[in-house]
Write a protein that binds this ligand. Structure first.
Ligand code: GLN
Length: 540
């Protein structure tokens, strides 16, 4: 079949969950047997979110091919098991960069280079790229931002043109908000009407409306919206708040969203989606009664999106271990030797978060010393693993001033040091060690047992690494390097075999955990945390 293009826009307010709706629709189409992918267009000037502080747009996600991407790509992967790449996330910055490069090369043959047609053509060319591979039946394109923003205008103009050119092979889904006014005890449809008018003024008639709401939108109200907005009544879908984002595909399917999408793109639905494994996961989620308490020590705890992939991976792992997840965010800047015991002693397991720079680092060392000495299941990720190494160097090897050269370039014991090929790097954007690399695990190590294999591939995002000159001293003292890159011998995983579960990974296993294919290291960590919690409780 011809590739079909589905455009997802949002109106009224931001943060309505376009990413979750797009991922849920992709999930449904995939379980119906269609070949699907999702791409996100972000209207900001940054080339990618790699240089953005997590306070801006939350976590920076990393694709297997080493692209620093919007966190929505994480949702896409977790909901669909699709592996996204650089082509699935494009920003205004990338569009402009490529147009300006062409202009400098003289490709425009002396013409004035303008937003229309040159920027819009470049957007269209990019949107169609994945379709040209012939690998997909449906390509869902999420346009970031909110309709009415100045910066999303060129994207919406490109969508308008594509809809005209593609005809029935394209579809527009618009997500809006239906607020509930508590004082009037009423749901209000006017913002939705205005937002659709705004979209229509830009020449885009939505085919499907998804109404984000905290209360049930009555049928009569949905009909009224349909009438005002030129949308067929069955295509006004409500997206009512659910306890878990993973229930959204089911909620949309119950309102026939997937079927409507097929019919409106000229495809006859022949079967129902095969949602069995997904429903099994939800069933496990609902039936879990006991709780596992995990602490996450990091410096961005005010904004939980900063650790999105970690919290989702823990949620997957808790669910498969028949537990509800109680994730406690612990501010590393506030953790001291005076309060560490009170803060951590009720937890079943502790994660030391990734990060950059000095801020909050001392709290991570305090947490790690306490966890190591009290033998609590502990999982260090990227900077968290580097902190494990530094803490061990200081307090076990007696190298008091050991550090990463990221924190102290003149440390006498640079147990974590800049990678050789990073020393000449001056640009910050896209220059880290990024994307998936192979790792060989030592047979019999806890990490290898967790994965059930000795060769894995996981994604990276860092500049610094374990300094192999210190390796023998660490191993002699009990911290083993049990994972290494087969080509470069960079240390990827450290563990203390004598402890219940004390593992640090230089890579980010959280990027590869999905609902149907949870990451084995997280599963094993949560299993160890549960076992420890039960053991501690019986001792009480
Ligand atoms: N700041 C560290 C480095 O660059 C760790 C990065 C991270 O945690 N993602 O190596």
């Amino acid at each position: 079949m011809e590739t079909k293009y589905i455009f997802v826009t949002g109106g009224v307010v931001s943060s309505l969950g376009k990413g979750i709706i797009s991922a849920s629709l992709a999930n449904l189409l995939k379980t119906r047997g269609y070949r699907v992918t999702i791409q996100k267009y972000d209207p900001y000037i940054n080339i990618d979110p790699g240089t953005l502080n997590p306070y801006e747009h939350g976590e920076c996600y990393v694709t297997v091919d080493g692209h620093e991407a919007d966190l929505d790509l994480g949702h896409y992967e977790r909901f669909t098991d699709i592996r996204t790449t650089r082509a699935n996330n494009v920003t205004t910055g990338r569009i402009y960069q490529s147009v300006i490069d062409k202009e400098r090369r003289g490709d425009y043959l002396g013409k004035t280079v303008q937003i229309i047609p040159h920027i819009t053509d470049e957007i269209k060319r990019n949107i169609m790229l994945l379709g040209k591979t012939g690998n997909y039946d449906y390509i869902i394109t999420e346009i970031g931002g909110t309709v009415g923003d100045i910066e999303s205008l060129p994207f919406l103009e490109a969508v308008r043109q594509l809809r005209w050119e593609l005809g029935r092979d394209s579809l527009s889904i618009h997500l809006t908000y239906v607020p509930y006014l508590a004082a009037a005890k009423e749901l209000k449809t006017k913002p939705t009407q205005h937002s659709v008018k705004e979209l229509q003024q830009l020449g885009i008639q939505p085919d499907i409306l998804v109404l984000r709401t905290e209360h049930e939108v009555p049928l009569a109200m949905r009909r009224k919206i349909a009438q005002f907005c030129n949308v067929s009544p069955e295509a006004v879908i409500q997206s009512i708040d659910r306890p878990s984002i993973y229930q959204v595909p089911v909620m949309l399917h119950e309102q026939h969203l997937d079927e409507i999408v097929l019919l409106k793109t000229g495809v006859t639905p022949v079967d129902q989606p095969h949602m069995g494994p997904w429903l099994d996961f939800l069933e496990k989620m609902d039936s879990a009664e006991k709780v596992v308490n995990i602490g996450l020590v990091g410096k961005y705890v005010e904004l939980q999106d900063a650790y999105k992939s970690i919290s989702e991976s823990l949620f997957h792992a808790a669910t498969y271990n028949d537990r509800k997840l109680n994730l406690v965010y612990i501010h590393s800047e506030k953790l001291t030797t005076d309060n560490v015991d009170a803060t951590l002693h009720d937890l079943d397991g502790v994660i030391i978060a990734p990060g950059f720079g000095q801020r909050g680092i001392d709290g991570k060392f305090v947490a790690l010393k306490w966890c190591r000495e009290n033998d609590i299941p502990t999982f260090g990720i990227c900077l968290g693993m580097q902190c494990m190494v530094i803490e061990f160097a200081r307090n076990v090897l007696g190298l008091q001033a050991a550090n990463s050269t990221e924190m102290n370039p003149s440390t006498p014991d640079n147990v974590i040091d800049l990678m050789e090929d990073q020393k000449s790097v001056s640009n910050m954007g896209g220059t880290m060690r990024l994307g998936a690399y192979d790792c060989n695990l030592t047979p019999g190590s806890k990490a290898a047992c967790a994965y059930g294999t000795t060769t894995v591939s996981e994604r990276h995002r860092h500049r610094f690494e374990f300094n192999n000159e210190y390796r023998a001293r660490f191993e002699d003292a009990g911290m083993k390097c049990v994972g290494q890159n087969p080509d470069t011998h960079l240390v990827e995983v450290v563990e203390i075999p004598g402890k219940r579960w004390f593992i640090g990974t230089q890579y980010h296993p959280e990027y590869s955990s999905t609902v149907l294919s949870p990451n084995p290291l997280f599963i094993d960590f949560v299993r160890a945390a549960i076992a420890y919690g039960e053991e501690r409780d019986t001792r009480k």
